[in-house]
Design a binder for this molecule. Structure first.
Ligand SMILES: *Cc1c(COP(=O)(O)O)cnc(C)c1O
Length: 296
């Protein structure tokens, strides 16, 4: 069964599968946090984590992106007045490709009796031998709620959280998006289970996206890629759209990401390297960027 397969892979006691990653976050956060609780959320965390926090009615405070000491200060100030506390972050940030300092965040959560939820939509299949961002740290930090989607690195559809027996049991009876929404169909779940087998058995596939991304960032003089996602920041939305159009004409699909998805003035081309890309594909991309006049 996929849930026990996920739990074994993630190193937790159990896991719960939801209809999608979005539904998973909505269900987990609203089941575990309410009006008397506190939620601390990374300023760049995915929109569905923010929606989930708002829906929970917990007091919600943002901490500056990846700033563990700012989180510690916030908890120092706000933790005492709250019953439970959840800290929400992504493992790999979807629009920047950088990684959360899960080791430091986990320590701070432990010190302040808070639970850490890591949305690892973009870490699975790429980091930590494909097991996700937490598994790229040694020792592996305690992440109470390892959440993710079956739809990105795993190529199927659905969402999940890997956690303790007790938390999973609670979520199965309290997470409204689990209880009141149909489970995903068997086909995509079987595909996800097979994808996990492939990730475990063919480690070259999980290494390749980061290798390609690192080679690309080194060639262009960009900061070294931390994941398969590499943003090319260009500033204005029109510039990003024009560059995306030029790349498209050269046979490359690389979307222009603009405000409000990213902060004002940080429009970008978002590149996502995959194991299916050949060396020639990456050369073609570099050539197209040169022709378009892009420089880092
Ligand atoms: C895509 C994504 C989700 C939503 O997952 P779905 O399965 O597509 O609903 C949640 N969080 C992050 C960070 C994502 O990138």
């Amino acid at each position: 069964m996929l849930e026990s397969r996920l739990a074994r892979w993630k190193g937790t006691e159990d896991a719960v599968v939801f209809g999608s990653g979005y539904l998973a976050n909505i269900g987990i956060v609203t089941a575990l946090a309410g009006a008397r609780d506190l939620i601390c959320i990374d300023a760049l965390a995915h929109s569905c984590l923010l929606s989930a926090a708002q829906l929970s009615r917990a007091k919600t405070v943002e901490f500056p992106h990846n700033d563990a000491s700012a989180l510690a200060d916030l908890l120092q100030t706000h933790r005492r007045g709250a019953r439970h506390c959840l800290v929400l972050t992504e493992g790999v940030f979807s629009m920047d490709g950088d990684r959360a300092p899960l080791d430091a965040l986990s320590d701070i959560c432990e010190q302040h009796d808070a639970w850490l939820l890591c949305d690892d939509a973009h870490g699975v299949g790429v980091l930590g031998d494909g097991r996700g961002t937490a598994h790229s740290f040694a020792p592996v930090p305690q992440v109470d709620l390892q959440m993710g989607t079956l739809s990105k690195g795993l190529g199927a559809y659905g969402g999940y959280v890997a956690a303790s027996t007790q938390v999973c049991r609670y979520l199965r009876s309290r997470a409204r998006s689990f209880v009141y929404s149909t489970a995903p169909p068997a086909g995509p779940l079987a595909a996800a289970a097979t994808a996990i087998d492939i990730i475990e058995q063919e480690p070259d596939r999980t290494r390749r996206p980061l290798e390609l991304a690192r080679r690309f960032t080194a060639d262009l003089g960009l900061p070294p890629a931390a994941s398969a996602i590499v943003p090319l920041l260009v500033g204005a939305s029109e510039t990003a759209l024009a560059l995306a159009r030029q790349l498209r004409l050269a046979g490359i699909y690389a979307p222009a990401i603009r405000p409000p998805t990213v902060p004002q003035g940080t429009a970008r081309i978002r590149l996502a390297f995959s194991a299916a890309h050949s060396d020639a594909d990456v050369q073609q991309l570099q050539q197209a960027l040169r022709v378009a006049g892009y420089s880092a």
